[in-house]
Design a protein around this ligand. Structure first.
Ligand SMILES: [Zn+2]
Length: 376
């Protein structure tokens, strides 16, 4: 990748950290929403690494990771270029809400996908201004990026972990399957370098149904086939300094793995790193079968066996209800508790990492494949 990178109003310069703006969209009040840019370039040639944060406005740890990471000392030692965007959803960050007030939809489900362009039928809503801005940014990103990490927060008190997407391929195309497998092996190496607990996303059917192929990292990985993952940084509205520190160390380790830093890898300290010995994927489980008040007995990072009691169930007066307890249906790790204690039937009380029975690559579901654009 060449070093003559220009993005928004910033031109990268060797040995410098430069700051600027990417004009994203215009509000009806005439105000222009911009994404803040930080472009840090080393003196030596090397890869281009994109680091993004703040796409969910209530997840505010990611920007702090970028500020702590991007120092003159780092740039002095760096090979290649880092393009960082600390605020992909400025409106949500202002109002401290997941979605922006001007587009009431999850912004991390708006990135380009492998499906053919949608119809211009007059009854279909056209893309929002935000979606159009992500489309433009995606073009810039995928022309320059060799790697991407997108920083998020999961739940209050949740584990600091890396979320890995299963790489999807066209089921009838063995060459595409081979390419997906090669990319998947490299992604495993990248995640190993990050040094945190690694959790694979839902199986392909659920992944597509929930539009997770249209997250920032999902889109870049699936459509552009550029190595990318999501870093989950625990509590969003009161960032944990230990997690920020561990995420910075993990990111520098990934930069070392990518050949962008020469020094020794750092230990990931003060956060729990769980190595199960088998691949795990995320699952919302267990779910309560009746309306109840839940007293959780486990927390993020705890290992749970199948059949273990994970919570007590009470009625609103505090009396035991149902069996009085709920047990885990799976062996695994607790990633976090669902927020609150008052639950309706069918709601999950935990998010867990459980044994992943599927491969790290998967064919696109048939119904999706039928609407995809032809292979390039
Ligand atoms: Zn998020």
């Amino acid at each position: 990748m060449g070093m003559d990178l220009k993005i928004g109003d910033v031109t990268a310069a060797p040995g410098e950290i430069r700051y600027g703006r990417w004009d994203a969209l215009e509000h009806p009040t005439g105000h222009v929403e911009f994404f803040p840019l930080i472009v840090a370039q080393g003196h030596r040639e090397g890869p281009c690494f994109w680091l993004t944060a703040g796409v969910h406005g209530s997840e505010q740890a990611g920007p702090l990771v970028l500020y702590e990471l991007l120092t003159p000392d780092l740039v002095a030692r760096l090979r290649g270029t880092i393009v960082a965007i600390p605020a992909l959803n400025p409106a949500g960050l202002r109002t401290r809400t997941r979605d922006p007030y001007h587009a009431k939809v999850d912004p991390n489900r708006l990135w380009p996908e492998a499906k053919a362009d949608r119809s211009d039928h007059p009854d279909f809503d056209p893309p929002t201004s935000l979606e159009l801005s992500y489309q433009r940014l995606y073009e810039k990103m995928t022309h320059s990026a060799d790697y991407l990490i997108d920083y998020h927060n999961a739940w209050i008190g949740s584990l600091s972990f890396a979320l890995r997407d299963r790489i999807l391929y066209r089921g009838d195309d063995t060459e595409d399957q081979d390419r997906a497998q090669a990319l998947s092996d490299k992604l495993d190496d990248m995640l190993k370098a990050y040094g945190h607990t690694v959790v694979t996303e839902y199986p392909a059917e659920t992944y597509i149904k929930e539009n997770l192929h249209r997250t920032t990292s999902g889109s870049v990985l699936q459509r552009a086939r550029i190595l990318a993952f999501t870093a989950e940084l625990g509590t969003g509205m009161a960032p944990d300094p230990k997690i920020i520190k561990a995420a910075c160390a993990g990111t520098r380790n990934v930069l070392r793995w990518a050949g962008m830093l020469d020094d020794q890898a750092e230990a990931i300290e003060d956060v729990r790193v769980i190595r199960t010995g088998y691949p795990v994927r995320r699952m919302r489980t267990p779910r309560v079968s009746e309306a109840c008040v839940v007293r959780h007995l486990v927390q993020a990072g705890d290992r749970v066996g199948k059949g273990d009691v994970v919570a007590e169930l009470r009625d609103v007066w505090g009396r035991a209800t149902g069996n009085g307890v709920i047990r885990s249906g799976y062996e695994g790790i607790v990633l976090g508790r669902s927020h609150g204690v008052f639950f309706y039937p069918g709601q999950p009380i935990l998010v867990m990492a459980v044994r992943d029975d599927d491969a790290s690559i998967a064919p696109y579901p048939r119904h999706y494949r039928e609407s995809m654009r032809p292979s390039p």
